[in-house]
Design a protein around this ligand. Structure first.
Ligand SMILES: [Zn+2]
Length: 49
């Protein structure tokens, strides 16, 4: 038998799926926030700021 996680609707699997989506969204937000910080740091090291 095959049990794909997307087909399971029990509270445990729904909670796990939501946490997974939240962690992915959080990781993306962190990545987006890091880009300007890294850019500023890089420019600062080069001496442009
Ligand atoms: Zn389940």
């Amino acid at each position: 038998m095959s049990l794909e996680k997307d087909e399971c609707k029990c509270p445990e699997c729904q909670r796990r799926a939501e946490e997974h989506e939240e962690s992915e969204a959080f990781g993306l937000a962190v990545l987006i926030a890091l880009v300007p910080i890294m850019t500023l740091t890089l420019f600062g090291h080069i001496g442009l700021l």
